[in-house]
Design a protein around this ligand. Sequence first.
Ligand SMILES: Cc1cc2nc3c(=O)[nH]c(=O)nc-3n(C[C@H](O)[C@H](O)[C@H](O)COP(=O)(O)O)c2cc1C
Length: 292
Amino acid sequence: MISINHEKCRRCLLCVEVCPNQRFMKSDLGLIESKLERVHLCLECGQCMAVCPTCSVKAGALSYEKDFFELSNSESSDKTFDELVQSRRSVRNFKNQPVPKEILDEIVEAISFAPPSFPPHRTELIVINDTNFIRRTLPRMVENYKELLKMMKNPIMRRIIKKKIGQPKFLTLKNHLIPLLTVKMPEMEKGNEDAITRGAPALILFLTEKNKEDNSQNISIAATYGMLKIHSLGLGGAIMDIIPPAINRDPELRKMYCIPDTHEIVTSLTVGYPRIKYRLGIKRDLKSVKYI
Ligand SMILES: Cc1cc2nc3c(=O)[nH]c(=O)nc-3n(C[C@H](O)[C@H](O)[C@H](O)COP(=O)(O)O)c2cc1C
């Protein structure tokens, strides 16, 4: 559940903008309200609470007292490791500003420092620094997800998909992606919502060769290095697992993104200049921690 303290709320619309699932809207009365049809899409990521200048939002069980802390106002790029990891958020709102090639080179260099389980690296990158190109490919990605939604409604196709991707990936698909796409698809089809590339000006695709030794953990670590480097440079972005399936299965998109037949995209990282500043950081408890 999401609630808004209407007396404190200044209607700055930051929560409306920042919510990854567009859970908020401005009502006819000018008040910020929660969209009822999207109630179940709240991730409790706390981004709405972290940007609110008057602490007027409450998302699920999160509380300002227990789960958040003040972030320093400093724009310094000399952050300590703790400052860096504690202030990082997934950025999905970008300024209309291209990312210079030299900045992307720095991010690529940081990624190259990630440890491979068995050197040398088997991770390959494709860096797209053309926002218009990304926007052009979006309608096809949306089409591919529309197709997937259709297949998931068919019990036989559902069973085939489950067999192909395995139970853990199928559960993520069924429990997270399908509910999200079901609600968002009408707006995505109209081009009113981009829940896939999030309007990012630049994108890094992490590729590996198919049918070789598993490289997915290496890629997760490499993407994490990239994500932290992006944040350390004052830029923003997020690891985006929603992008690879939209490209991998589509011959035309594979060609456009120069994916060799022998390869598949494992994950992706968006890059851009953040449009919204977070006032608060969020603390998250791990599911369990035991010392032996
Ligand atoms: C492996 C992985 C995959 C993710 N995929 C997506 C994605 O496809 N789309 C998206 O909007 N966010 C994606 N995220 C971002 C998460 O939603 C985000 O990390 C989470 O809500 C916590 O919020 P924070 O990163 O702002 O702290 C992904 C994050 C990880 C670690």
